[in-house]
Design a protein. Structure first.
Length: 425
């Protein structure tokens, strides 16, 4: 990195001729001037400015850089065209952690930003499995169930959502086991892997469909989190389930009014084919429950209601366990990510009634009606073992439709570090 520009973090005010600038340049070096307030946000904004000015190679220098500020810089510096080249500072262990974080986030970012044409459901499953196998070696085993075999295994939600596409839906079942064949599963991860979401017959408007390559962000998030945890020496057995499908329209597509009867006997009326994420996650949560894991975590770009509730700087979290919610908030804070709990009570399971089935997959009103994010979580609760603690992450902060002061357009990977921290606990 001989041509890398040195970036120095300073508490000093800029020279008078720079006015109120937060980034200044002197003798071929850039200075980020910290002011009162949120320093991580200031550093990320400064990194966005530097990258937008054409910088792609930087070296972080000086005494004020620590783990969180360096990572905030990396998040602001990354774009859909690459993370850039960053020379970290600090001791060897800190630099290794930052390098591992960047490798995992870059994997997730590349997947989420990939074109839908290049990322079919089976491709998503196989790419994720191969990447984790490269990290975990012989501690990783997996299988991919695709197409009609999903019906044979009674994974009817993934099959129904994906059958409208010529490219088959798939479920990835992956086992990371560093402890031996009979070791208990400590955590089961579930990710929504909708590689493109047209909305099906409840078709989205064009502007709402443009960014729907991001609808596999949950799958990318849990995969990247597991990879990061393995790189950090994870010594517990974890199973991963990715629920992968394209939600398209065709003569074979599922329709409004269809009734799906799941493996656990719960029948679901389809009242909105654009509420497909919860239909595929229902399969993944049942598979996770079958492992006997005491902790189940799912992640999904599930509802616009969560986005409306918490905005784009937080991910919404749900759990019947107040202890798990508090632990998740503490873990997120420890890695400088933001989560916020939204309501989930037992009666949320009954908020999508159907006269024809045990429940519906939504309410037949725009956006699922009031409390849509909690109602979606309540739907998922039908498919979770009562013996497990369960955390549902609605990834409101996972994708930026357009560039802003903090993020380049595309995947943010916000949430990867939180899930990884929960795995390492």
């Amino acid at each position: 990195m001989s041509h890398a520009m040195k970036i120095i973090l300073t508490n000093d005010a800029p020279a008078a001729h720079w006015g109120k600038a937060d980034v200044t340049f002197e003798q071929g070096q850039a200075y980020i001037h910290l002011q009162a307030g949120d320093h991580l946000r200031q550093v990320q904004q400064a990194a966005r400015k530097l990258r937008s000015q054409g910088l792609s190679q930087v070296a972080l220098c000086g005494e004020h850089w620590e783990l969180h500020t360096q990572w905030a810089f990396a998040q602001g510096f990354a774009t859909a065209k690459g993370a850039g080249e960053i020379q970290w500072t600090g001791d060897e262990s800190m630099q290794k952690l930052l390098t591992d974080r960047l490798a995992s986030a870059s994997f997730a970012r590349q997947q989420i930003n990939e074109t839908p044409e290049n990322l079919a459901p089976v491709t998503l499953a196989s790419q994720s499995a191969k990447w984790l196998a490269e990290i975990g070696g012989d501690k990783v085993s997996y299988r991919i169930i695709e197409g009609e075999e999903l019906l044979q295994q009674k994974w009817i939600g993934i099959h129904a959502v994906g059958r409208g596409s010529e490219r088959p839906p798939a479920m990835l079942e992956l086992d990371y086991n560093p402890l031996g064949e009979d070791a208990p599963v400590s955590v089961a991860l579930v990710g929504k892997g909708i590689t493109f979401d047209s909305g099906g017959y409840s078709i989205k408007a064009s502007e709402g469909m443009l960014g729907m390559k991001c609808d596999m962000g949950g799958a990318a998030t849990v995969t990247a989190a597991l990879g990061l945890a393995i790189k950090s020496g994870l010594n517990k057995r974890v199973k991963l389930f990715l629920c992968c499908a394209e939600n398209l329209i065709s003569g074979h597509a599922y329709k409004l009014g269809d009734i799906l009867t799941y493996k656990n006997g719960v029948s679901v009326e389809v009242v909105n084919t654009d509420a497909e994420g919860r239909l595929v996650l229902a399969d993944g949560l049942q598979a996770a429950s079958e492992t006997g894991a005491p902790l189940i975590i799912d992640a999904a770009t599930l509802t616009g209601a969560a986005l409306m509730a918490v905005g784009t700087n937080y991910n919404a979290i749900f759990s019947p366990s107040s202890e798990l919610l508090a632990r998740t908030q503490a873990k997120a804070a420890s890695v400088a990510e933001r989560v916020w709990p939204l309501p989930l009570d037992p009666w949320h399971k009954e908020m999508c009634p159907s006269p024809y089935a045990d429940t519906a997959n939504s309410r037949p009103v725009k956006g699922g009606g009031a409390g849509g994010a909690s109602n979606a979580a309540g739907f998922l609760w039908h498919f979770v073992s009562p013996d497990a603690q369960w955390l549902h992450v609605d990834l409101a902060a996972a994708f930026a439709d357009s560039a802003n002061g903090l993020w380049a357009a595309g995947a943010t990977t916000h949430g990867v570090l939180t899930v990884a921290a929960l795995l390492e606990d």
